[in-house]
Design a protein around this ligand. Structure first.
Ligand code: IVH
Length: 688
């Protein structure tokens, strides 16, 4: 009897088995292209078709279901608890160099050189330098290339079995590419990207549910969940950085080659890594990544240096719990404890009231923080921050510092619950919260000096008409002293009035007068933006100027006419219309013109004539040559609208490197995804 006879005799032999194997191969390949490389070769619909074909075959022949089948990612049972797993090779920790200065790298290099018995005249040691990801460590056990177990680190000797949950992470291969080693344990970090974390919290806020504290806690909590279906809803990611038990897999000579090899097996390995020579090389990496830290799509709390040659690693060996060949070199923490000295309510340009916690100064994420936003009433109430409380502040990336939680056990008796004032703390006008809005607003308008100050600063800023030197302190003096009540008053300020202000030297007064004179020559978009109409940012101001060409046309436009402008929806159209309907606003415009503020007016160029009119784009990730701002401007100039999130109405998603959940969403919705070259082609074809 031949082998094929044997298969024919089996319940699901020959063609079915072959097709199942072929589908495994195809689906593994395409999942890797999609999740790890972020470079799919086939449309989602085709992937789904293959997936459903496999599901159908497996339903007909359950005996063909294997644990590495792409259909087996989700679908685990709800567990009573997580089973203990004893690690074949203990999961060690790393020595931490808390000296965040250059000394940290020098100390480590000196220790390594000493332990290796190197002389000063010997050449520098090669190190693998990589990022210290802020997530949780996981051991992935592959047997004959198939993922059979995933475990947390636990105490290093014994962790917890989280296989079911880890299987839901699309980036983690269920089967390695061309690896049939009896045992290959891969170690790495499960983490959550910042944008995924922000959108998860945004969804929680929309649902009125509790927000998550930070990406690390969220990732760690998700991995230890007992219901894998819940885990599947948390967008988790993974980076490999090391090995555990290995049998039958040839080790490369260096750590960095080992990471290359893991990458070739289909595992995600972070691209931000180098082989560095000596302390100097380590330091350069520490500084480069420190500068890049805020721009990375995920949190790191430092960098890790590892002696690159595995032979030298072995020679160096271990202390009790840490290897001598590795060290973590930290950055300033992104979360710190401090106390709340007061809760102030600030009034923004549009009258929005924002509760702000005034903090005892604390160094977080590389800067000294004294204020942290509490967002709005609902958020402040959910977090229940009170004066005197000890709180955790977080500052990561470019986001405004935030109070993430309160240490309740440290609360002083009698600490009072914070309530939003019902009157504006600055002008005493009523503060109201409109239905469906999260914010309270002062109804005082330009009667409110806080709004007046903000309105002047907004008008004078660089992106508007630009009055150099007109900063917060001066505006405070001018408004509080009653010298400036409206925008045109600025242009009526004489040298004498300015010079008579406290702490104002004659020369600075002259500089302000000159700057005011210079600001009179402006452009229509800058002027419109500078007026501070609610919902009218720079992009909308540009679109309005382009569409109507002249200010009077904008001032007299009906809501219907405004709706014809790209980037203008009903809310924005109403806001612009209402603004110019009000006599006092028209008066301000007239007086500014009378004071000599001017610009060149253009011909109307209705959006419909622009090549990308009516098209909506979303930008995500880092483009190879264009900054996000540049891409946005080019698109807007061609009449396109650039939106912040992907929906069914999106026409194109322009994706660069490290694109995140927006790209996933685009694929889910079947939105066309293009890269920078595709964008240039569209613009070239459109504009040229
Ligand atoms: S190597 C023997 N590399 O830091 C060395 N660890 O205390 C084993 N971590 O919980 C670890 N990024 O999860 C290594 N690039 C990296 C890392 C890293 C983050 C975490 C790891 C562990 C802790 C070490």
């Amino acid at each position: 009897m031949s082998t094929s006879d044997l298969f024919d005799a089996a319940p699901a032999g020959g063609p079915d088995l072959q097709r199942v194997q072929e589908l495994h191969r195809l689906l593994h390949h395409h999942a890797h292209r999609y999740y790890v490389l972020d470079a799919p070769e086939i449309p989602d619909a085709e992937y789904d078709r293959l997936f459903r074909e496999l599901q159908a075959l497996e339903a007909a022949h359950p005996e063909l279901i294997t644990s590495d089948s792409p259909t087996q990612r989700v679908g685990g049972q709800i567990l009573d608890g997580l089973a203990p797993v004893r690690h074949a090779v203990p999961m060690l920790s790393i020595d931490t160099e808390t000296d965040t200065t250059a000394q940290g790298a020098q100390n480590f290099d000196a220790r390594v050189r000493k332990a290796l018995g190197l002389l000063e005249t010997d050449p520098p040691v090669d190190y693998a330098a990589e990022l210290k990801f802020d997530g949780l460590a996981i051991n992935l056990r592959y047997e004959r290339g198939v993922l059979v177990q995933a475990a947390t680190r636990g105490d290093g000797e014994t962790g917890e079995d989280v296989t079911q949950n880890v299987r839901t992470i699309g980036q983690i291969p269920l089967r390695l590419n061309g690896c049939d080693a009896p045992v290959l344990e891969v170690r790495g970090e499960v983490y959550m990207r910042r944008d995924d974390f922000e959108s998860l919290n945004e969804k929680q806020r929309e649902k009125g549910e509790k927000t998550f504290i930070n990406p690390r806690n969220t990732a760690a909590g998700a991995i230890r969940q007992l219901d894998p279906a819940l885990v599947a809803q948390r967008p988790l990611s993974f980076f490999a950085y090391g090995l555990g038990e290995v049998q039958g897999w040839a080790l490369p000579a260096t750590h960095s080659q080992m990471l290359d090899a893991l990458q070739a097996l289909g595992l995600p390995v972070c691209a931000e890594r180098v082989v560095a020579q000596g302390a100097e090389g380590l330091l350069a990496f520490h500084q480069a990544m420190g500068a890049k830290r805020d721009a990375l799509p995920f949190d790191i709390d430092g960098v890790v240096y590892k002696v690159n040659a595995l032979a030298l690693q072995q020679q160096l060996g271990f202390k009790t719990r840490e290897p001598r060949w590795a060290v973590a070199h930290k950055y300033p923490a992104q979360e710190m404890l401090t106390t709340v000295q007061a809760i102030e309510v600030q009034v923004g340009r549009t009258g929005k009231l924002t509760p702000v916690a005034k903090l005892a100064p604390v160094f977080v994420g590389g800067v000294t923080v004294t204020n942290a936003t509490l967002h709005n009433e609902d958020e402040a109430r959910r977090k229940d921050v009170r004066v005197g409380d000890t709180v955790i502040v977080r500052r990561a990336g470019d986001v405004i510092p935030e109070v993430v939680s309160v240490l309740l056990e440290k609360r002083q008796p009698g600490a009072e619950v914070f309530t939003m004032p019902r009157i504006c703390p600055v002008c005493g006008s009523a503060a109201v919260r409109e239905e469906d809005e999260a914010d309270y607003r002062c109804t005082g308008g330009l009667f409110c000096s806080a709004q007046r100050k903000q309105a002047i600063l907004h008008f004078a800023q660089r992106r508007a008409v630009e009055v150099e030197g007109l900063g917060e302190k001066l505006v405070d003096q001018l408004v509080d002293g009653g010298v400036v009540k409206t925008l045109p008053d600025l242009y009526r300020l004489g040298l004498v009035a300015l010079a008579s202000l406290e702490r104002m030297a004659d020369k600075s007064a002259q500089n302000i007068v000159d700057a005011l004179e210079k600001s009179k020559q402006t452009t229509l978009p800058r002027f419109i933006f500078g007026l501070g109409i609610r919902h009218v940012g720079e992009a909308t101001a540009k679109a309005l100027a382009r569409h109507f060409g002249q200010l009077d046309a904008i001032m007299d436009a009906s809501e219907e006419a405004l709706l014809q402008v790209p980037d203008v929806g009903p809310v924005v159209a109403q806001s612009i219309h209402t603004f110019f309907q009000q006599a006092h606003n028209r008066e301000v415009v007239e007086q500014l013109r009378a004071c000599g503020v001017h610009w060149e007016e253009g011909e109307p160029s209705p959006a419909a004539q622009l090549p990308l009119a009516g098209k909506t784009f979303v930008l995500t990730g880092t483009l190879p040559t264009l900054s996000r701002e540049q891409a946005k401007e080019m698109l807007e100039a061609a009449g396109a609208k650039v939106a912040g999130s992907v929906s069914k109405k999106t026409d194109y998603v322009v994706a660069g490197e490290e694109a995140g959940s927006k790209l996933d969403k685009a694929r889910d919705l079947g939105v066309t995804v293009i890269d920078e070259a595709g964008l240039q082609a569209l613009l070239g074809g459109a504009v040229g």
